[in-house]
Design a protein around this ligand. Sequence first.
Ligand SMILES: [Zn+2]
Length: 114
Amino acid sequence: MASHFVSSKAQRLNQGNRVVMLSTFRAMVIGDSGTYDVQQFGGRWRCNCKWGVTCAHRGPCSHVLAVQAATPENQAAVAPLAAVLNAGLAKMQADAQARLAADKAELEALFKIA
Ligand SMILES: [Zn+2]
């Protein structure tokens, strides 16, 4: 169970629009002393802040609680930017895979001739 201090800090992070959902399983939280990477693995959220790395077994940090309470309305204004960047990355990956497939086809054609 999260302490009152941790949950009120999480509430303040949400009210300050400091959560950016990058995907369903990954978020960035702009904390008081750094920006943290919060990711979900096997149904559990993990954060790379000091508490998240060393004390997560004692309960979630404020960043994880803020991500769990994130709504489209309380996310950072840069959330649309994150969506654009994610779409751009997905397109770059698709383009790279298409180039790879084209190169492979070209190589196979060369070997057939030889
Ligand atoms: Zn954290």
